[in-house]
Design a binder for this molecule. Structure first.
Ligand code: 23J
Ligand code: MN
Length: 259
């Protein structure tokens, strides 16, 4: 077993394995989800200098951050949703750390999304993916590649019109298949949340959050660089801050992939 880690380190050092950063930059311009006006909203990140080699601290630089837990590339814990509120180990500080690491199954629907921004993944798409790549292994992160992260302009990324945001996500039946019939860690998406833009109007509202978190599964939102991952064979590490009773956390998501 020691040898496995030695081989891993040598492969990373030699470049036979590389690290792909699946994380968006986190700053005041980072897009934050907009909810219908009757609900409280999450603020954008703000940052204030404590000192920067000045009279407030002559040899050191550091900042204070103010941000919602669900800002930028972030992790959703089961307690985030009412369906997951009574599950054991459902908060950022109590989830066992081994559950942050798993193989990635990358389902590429970028072509479908390019012609239809409200695209929803269905069980048929998942079964077709499995026919090519094998059954989704236990303990996997299922990542939905949509190329949505290539929308660099926040307006295009949030894509809001008169009837709200338009962005892709999961059909309820796809979330049920993944949550109940595959032993996954959770799902990851390139959009601002793990539900489709229009999902507030679905039955139930926000079905992916409802189903995944009710089943103790996690979410990863605002991922990028999914186009640099193979459909199978990448290892993903997505460890949230250990926020006491935290419902989620900004996260640095890393994938280890063959070069
Ligand atoms: C609260 C309400 C609805 C949604 C969300 C948060 C998220 O997407 C989130 O960041 O978890 S859809
Ligand atoms: Mn979230």
């Amino acid at each position: 077993m020691v040898n496995i880690l030695m081989q891993l380190m040598e492969a990373l050092r030699s470049g036979r394995l590389k690290v792909v950063d699946l994380t968006q930059p986190l700053g005041p311009e980072t897009p934050v989800i907009t909810l219908p006006p009757m609900f409280a909203s999450s603020p954008p990140l703000s940052i204030e200098v404590i000192s920067r080699y000045d009279d407030q601290g002559p040899a050191w630089y550091w900042n204070t951050l103010h941000l919602g837990e669900h800002t930028g590339t972030h992790f959703d814990a089961p307690v985030h949703w009412i369906t997951g509120k009574d599950l054991p180990n459902n908060t950022c500080d109590t989830i066992p750390a081994h559950r942050f690491i798993g193989p990635a199954c990358v389902i590429d629907v970028s072509r479908e999304v390019a012609s239809f921004p409200d695209f929803l993944l269905t069980p048929e798409h998942i079964l077709a993916w499995e026919a090519h790549h094998g059954r989704i292994p236990a303990g996997s992160w299922v990542l939905l590649r949509t190329d949505w992260s290539k929308r660099a302009d926040p307006e295009a990324f949030l894509n809001i019109d008169e009837d709200g945001p338009h962005s892709p996500g999961f059909h309820k039946s796809a979330s049920e298949l993944l949550a109940y019939e595959r032993d996954i860690l959770g799902v990851g998406v390139e959009t601002v949340g793990t539900d489709a833009g229009q999902a507030g109007k679905f039955d139930p509202p926000f079905p992916n959050h409802t189903i995944m978190h009710g089943a103790g599964k996690f979410g990863l939102a605002s991922l990028c660089n999914l186009d640099q991952l193979p459909p199978t064979g990448a290892l993903v590490i997505a460890a949230p801050l250990k926020i006491v009773e935290g419902s989620g956390s900004p996260v640095r998501v890393l994938a280890i992939v063959p070069a």
